[in-house]
Design a protein around this ligand. Structure first.
Ligand code: AHR
Length: 500
């Protein structure tokens, strides 16, 4: 079977914000502790506590932005407990995630050190649910005030005289749920108040404020929140009330209560998973339509700051730690989701995969000193050429559908972009069993050469600490002929083709 993908390279569209390839790291299970940050006596090579192996692997992904400290944890996090000498830092119970003791040894200074090592932008999520306006305001002062002030002096006393740069600041997380169980009207008024005291101390690099958006398809939340707190800057003001509105959506194949196994699933569950992953596009259209009403010029971004698969935890692991394996199915979830974000990059300005290490759809898993890269890691790696590119319109001609039962989905899912004279095309074949011939057809471009990599395998295939490269990127043969480029995409295959 041959599928043609028409690519209109003459009409580049929106810029694909690099932040669409962002990550999320919460104080949850073994994400921060063990996964990223290790104790000096752990014997695991590290720089200032950050695992060298993990940081090196993440640098290969060109991580553009990292969201921290939560998640649900953000709305019970009190930042002052996480600064100063480690021996005296106050401990707390991580009530959301396993009821374990959080010793606050990873705090503000450690977060900025991690971002420095990764070379990424910063996205700090503040506490509205159980924190005060003053607490939030002082955190922003502590992190960013360049002059003489009580918080700047405290920062200097704790070893960092220079302010850091906060690129994004979230005013609460999931305030419709774990962040305070608020109504949209109540949150929207709180948002107006809290964000007032999130000051821009660095005029050259004002921080971008993110308002808490909807859970899945709750467009009533979007409507009510925007009605109350959407505001463009007035003529005498430099800033409006918000720069972005978040959206959270997870793929649970079996539903919220019985999510299903990460490793053990049948054909029906596979196609249901794909259908649920593709639902991201409906959600962007749903909430995007409400945002368009208030912001037709798309000045604020949709910030999908939590997305990914969420299964039952691996048997025998702490249910509060959300540790799951990651198969070729997850690679396909990542591939179609990132294609959707690229294709909606006029509105989607950031997205953070949940979560970076050892939690949910992680790109890295660790076990003591061992580390492995998951199939999802490889997709993020293959797609990194899209970061900062100009979206090119694509049209799949006669791609057909695949599926089982009620879950029927388009066979091929694609996106394309152009940057610095290079075109990147990414494609996923969702068929469980059939390979497909793909023909990329350009309007005018006659590629001088093409290179491609592919990730594929039996849909349950995954990497283990004994066999860490069972699923990995491999070279893919492509043929250039005039305006067309052809290749064979295996069943459950993801390809990234770069052309000059
Ligand atoms: O990513 C895990 C949790 O999912 C986050 O803490 C929360 O925001 C969401 O419900």
């Amino acid at each position: 079977m041959m599928t043609t993908v028409k690519i209109n390279e003459k009409s580049p569209q929106s810029t694909i914000a690099p932040e669409i390839y962002g990550h999320f790291s919460e104080h949850l299970g073994r994400c921060i502790y063990e996964g990223i940050f290790v104790r000096p006596d752990s014997g695991i090579p590290n720089v200032n506590g950050m695992r060298t192996d993990v940081v090196e692997a993440l640098r290969e992904l060109k991580v553009p932005v990292l969201r921290w400290p939560g998640g649900c944890f953000a709305d019970e996090y009190h930042w002052m407990d996480g600064i100063g000498p480690k021996e005296t830092r106050k401990k707390m119970i991580n009530t959301h995630w396993g009821g374990v003791t959080e010793d606050n040894s990873f705090g503000t200074h450690e977060y900025f050190e991690l971002c420095r090592q990764l070379g990424c932008k910063t996205y700090v999520n503040g506490n509205v649910g159980s924190g005060s306006v003053r607490e939030m305001s002082e955190w922003v002062e502590y992190m960013t005030f360049p002059g003489l002030s009580p918080m700047a002096e405290l920062r200097a006393k704790n070893g960092h005289p220079d302010p850091w740069r906060v690129d994004y600041f979230g005013v609460g997380n999931e305030n419709w749920g774990c962040g305070g169980n608020m109504t949209p009207e109540y949150y929207a008024n709180l948002y107006r108040r809290y964000q007032t005291y999130v000051r821009h101390y660095d005029n050259a690099a004002p921080l971008k404020k993110i308002c808490c958006g909807a859970n899945v398809d709750d467009d009533n939340w979007t409507e009510n929140v925007l009605r109350t707190c959407f505001k463009f800057p007035q003529p005498d003001e430099a800033h409006g009330f918000m720069d972005g509105l978040s959206l959270h959506y997870y793929v649970h194949p079996g539903g919220w209560k019985h999510k299903g196994s990460a490793l053990d699933f049948d054909e029906n569950v596979y196609y249901t998973t794909m259908k649920k992953a593709l639902y991201m596009e409906d959600l962007i259209n749903l909430h995007g339509a409400v945002m368009d009403k208030y912001d037709p010029e798309k000045q604020i971004g949709m910030i999908v700051d939590e997305w990914g698969s969420w299964y039952d935890v691996e048997p025998g692991t702490n249910p509060g730690f959300l540790y799951q394996q990651n198969t070729v199915r997850d690679a396909l979830i990542a591939a179609v989701t990132l294609n959707i974000f690229n294709n909606h990059s006029d509105r989607v300005k950031m997205a953070c995969l949940a979560q970076m290490v050892n939690v949910l759809q992680a790109v890295i898993l660790t076990e003591g000193p061992k580390m492995l890269l998951t199939p999802t890691y490889h997709v993020m790696h293959m797609y990194k050429g899209h970061q900062g590119g100009l979206l090119l319109p694509t049209e799949v001609v006669d791609g057909g559908t695949v599926g089982a039962g009620e879950s029927v989905v388009p066979r091929l899912n694609v996106s394309a972009s152009q940057k610095d004279g290079t075109v990147t095309v990414t494609a996923a074949n969702l068929s469980l069993t059939e390979k497909t011939q793909v023909e990329l057809r350009f309007d005018e471009l006659i590629p001088a050469g093409a290179q491609a990599v592919v990730l594929s395998g039996e849909v349950h295939a995954h990497n283990t600490f004994d066999d860490p490269d069972a699923v990995a990127e491999r070279k893919l043969d492509v043929r250039c002929d005039g305006h067309t480029v052809t290749f064979t995409l295996p069943a459950c295959g993801v390809a990234a083709v770069t052309l000059k």
